[in-house]
Design a protein around this ligand. Structure first.
Ligand SMILES: O=c1ccn([C@H]2C[C@H](O)[C@@H](COP(=O)(O)OP(=O)(O)OP(=O)(O)O)O2)c(=O)[nH]1
Ligand SMILES: [Mg+2]
Length: 152
């Protein structure tokens, strides 16, 4: 499904020097986000920096959220992942979209202005109304968890 999402361009280089976030292929689930930094950023091993993406979005619909996820190639090959592991963008958030870049690897990494460093994925959300009970109707799993079903 396609949803229309309002955005504001906070950095004039987006949409001119660098393309706006977009899907790389017809069926990509994520649109890549760029590091809209002023100058190259060196991330020492273990360091994390909060980096602007140059845009703000307002999802507006409580039945939707967005997540910011690492890009597989950068995460696996270079150790560039997210300081919060996954970013969660609430439907009522209107501030600048930020990415926490974490070098979890063993070598310094240099991020250049405009690099595509993470990806934005929109997801449906179920919001819960919690109802307290004394007992659950017993399920097949019951309280078994944390490896209860084995590995083979
Ligand atoms: O990677 C991220 C994660 C979050 N946000 C923004 C959007 C989100 O709606 C807001 C709050 O995020 P979250 O609820 O995860 O953080 P919090 O520490 O609980 O902050 P708050 O108390 O504002 O909810 O920060 C980003 O821009 N980038
Ligand atoms: Mg929160």
């Amino acid at each position: 499904m396609t949803v229309e999402i309002q955005f504001k361009r906070l950095d004039a280089r987006l949409g001119s020097e660098f393309p706006l976030p977009d899907y790389a292929t017809a069926h990509s689930a994520g649109m890549d986000l760029r590091a809209m930094i002023e100058a190259p950023l060196e991330l020492a091993p273990g360091d994390a920096e909060l980096v602007p993406t140059g845009l703000a979005i307002h999802i507006g619909d409580p039945g939707l959220c967005a997540t910011i996820l690492p890009r597989s190639g950068l995460g696996h090959k270079h150790g560039l992942v997210l300081g919060n592991l996954v970013g969660l963008i609430d439907a009522d958030y209107q501030g600048p979209l930020m990415v926490s870049l974490w070098n979890r690897g063993k070598k310094p990494l240099t991020i250049s202005p405009g690099d595509r460093v993470a990806q934005l994925v929109f997801l449906p959300v179920a919001r819960a109304a919690l109802r307290q009970v004394d007992e659950f109707e017993l399920s097949a799993r019951g309280e078994g968890g944390f490896g209860h079903t084995g590995t083979r």
